[in-house]
Write a protein that binds this ligand. Structure first.
Ligand SMILES: [Zn+2]
Length: 313
C-alpha cells in the first residue's frame, strides 16, 4: 500500500484532536527524593543540534531502573550519567523510529562487559511494514538467525547460554482499544500504557509509577487518539515532544502534536511538571510562540531540559 494512502487511511479512523474523559486516580504520596528522571537524549533525529536523540532514564534509590527509548547518542549520555546497566530492569520503546531505538544493540554489547545476570525486559509496540515491532527489533538487531549482529544472539535465545537474557514482548497497538493497560509490575515499578497516533507508525505513551511518584512520556504522537491526558492524569512529571510549531502542515503535522495540544493535554492531565523535549529546528524557530501557546492552557511549571539534566518528581 502506498505510504500516503496508508497515512490517510489511518487518519480517517482517528478523531482529530479529541480528548478521552480522564478517569479518577487516587492521589499518591510521592517519595520524591527516592526518584529521579534523567534526560539521556533531549532532541530528535537532526545532526547539528549538539544533543542526543530521544532517551530517558528513571532512577530509584540511586539505581538506574528504567530506560525509555534508546535514540542515537543516548547510550553515550547513559555512560556519562554513571548509571550501572546491571541495575536496569526494563527498556521501554515508544516506537521504532531510528531516533528512538538505534542505540539498542550497543547497550547489549556494553552489557557483555558488566556482571549483569538478571533478565532484561524489553517492551514496545507491534510493527507494520514500515517499522519493526519490539520482538522484531531484538531479532533483527541481534538475533542468531539473520540478525544484523548475530554474534550477540545468545542474549535473546532462551535455549542458548548467556550471562543474562532479554525478554521481549510486543504491546498490541490499537486505535480502537484506548484503555490504559498495565504491562509491567515488578520490584516496585509499575508501567501502564496507551496507544497513541504517530501517523502510520504504532506508538505507545507510558506512565511509570514508583515510590508513589509517576512519570509519563508521550513519545512522538499527534494527539489524535486522545488517550494520553487520561494516562498522564496527575503525573508528577510529563515528558512531551515538541517537534513541530503550531502552523506545521503535511506529514510533520500528521505525526506530531502542536504546542497548543501539548498545553491542553498538560492542563487536562493536571501534571506538576512539564518537560518539553524532541525539539527540532522547525519547532525551535518559533520557541517563544510555542511556549506562549502551551502556557495559554497549562499554568504549571514547564522546562526545556538538555541532555543529562535530571529532575526529582
Ligand atoms: Zn517518531
Amino acid at each position: 500500500m502506498p505510504y500516503k494512502l496508508l497515512i490517510s487511511l489511518i487518519s480517517f479512523f482517528v478523531i482529530s484532536n479529541s480528548f478521552a474523559t480522564p478517569s479518577q486516580q487516587i492521589p499518591q504520596n510521592c517519595q520524591s527524593k527516592r526518584v529521579k528522571l534523567q534526560i539521556l537524549g533531549s532532541r530528535g533525529p537532526e545532526l547539528l543540534d549538539g544533543q542526543a536523540s530521544t532517551g530517558y532514564l528513571i532512577w530509584l534509590d540511586n539505581k538506574a531502573r528504567v530506560i525509555v527509548d534508546a535514540g542515537p547518542g543516548s547510550l553515550q549520555r547513559f555512560k556519562q550519567s554513571k548509571a550501572n546497566f546491571e541495575d536496569v530492569d526494563l527498556i521501554l520503546f515508544s516506537h521504532f523510529h531510528v531516533d528512538h531505538s538505534n542505540d539498542f544493540p550497543a547497550y547489549i554489547k556494553g552489557a557483555f562487559f558488566t556482571n549483569r545476570s538478571k533478565e532484561l525486559d524489553v517492551l514496545g509496540p507491534t510493527g507494520t511494514k514500515f517499522v519493526a515491532s519490539a520482538e522484531q527489533l531484538v531479532q533483527r538487531a541481534i538475533g542468531s538467525n539473520g540478525g544484523l549482529y548475530p554474534y550477540l544472539g545468545d542474549f535473546a535465545d532462551p535455549k542458548a547460554r548467556s550471562a543474562f537474557k532479554i525478554k521481549t514482548k510486543n504491546i498490541q497497538w490499537s486505535y480502537k482499544d484506548l484503555n490504559s493497560k498495565e504491562i509491567y509490575n515488578k520490584n516496585g515499578i509499575r508501567v501502564t500504557t496507551v496507544s497513541t497516533h504517530h501517523g502510520p507508525f504504532p506508538s505507545q505513551g507510558y506512565r511509570v509509577e514508583l515510590a508513589g511518584c509517576s512519570i509519563s512520556f508521550t513519545g512522538d504522537m499527534s494527539g489524535r487518539l486522545g488517550a494520553m491526558p487520561d494516562l498522564a492524569k496527575n503525573s508528577d512529571i510529563l515528558v512531551a515532544h515538541n517537534a513541530i510549531p503550531e502552523d506545521a502542515t503535511g506529514v510533520p503535522a500528521l505525526l506530531h502534536m502542536t504546542p497548543s495540544y501539548i498545553g491542553k493535554m498538560a492542563q487536562r492531565a493536571n501534571v506538576k511538571l512539564l518537560l518539553l523535549t524532541h525539539l527540532m529546528k522547525r519547532s525551535l524557530k518559533s520557541n517563544k510562540q510555542n511556549t506562549a501557546l502551551i502556557k495559554k492552557y497549562y499554568k504549571g511549571k514547564m522546562l526545556y531540559p538538555r541532555d543529562l539534566d535530571s529532575f526529582n518528581p
